[in-house]
Unconditional design. Sequence first.
Length: 140
Amino acid sequence: MIYNPECYILLIGGAEVDGFSDGTAIKIQRSVEVYKLKSGIKGDVVEIKNPNKTGTMKLNIFSTSPTNLAFSGLLNADEIVTNGTKRIPIVLRHTNGATAVTAMGRIVKWPELQVDADEKAIEWEFSLTDLRINIAGVKD
């Protein structure tokens, strides 16, 4: 089996995101556990299913990537509109179609900007709703 990160395609609002930095480029996580156990005083146990489908996504983008300008435009527009803009569709998929993530999201805050002798990645954080995840192995 060969792992190739180039096989993952991230679309935000229908546009492909590029300019990912080295290290962890994309990190997606659900906000809560799907199931939680609760134990009573006599040891009775109940499973509680949580319907919460929210999560977060963090992207590390090279500071030189044009993607930063696109994300800045999204967040600036969101700040200008009184009630914010609508959440935008987010899709992460593997080219073989096995692994897929879909959600609706928005950028939650301005990233930290660092100016240094070395290139520093810009970390963009998105809040996600209706987060659906399917993780599958890839066999070449």
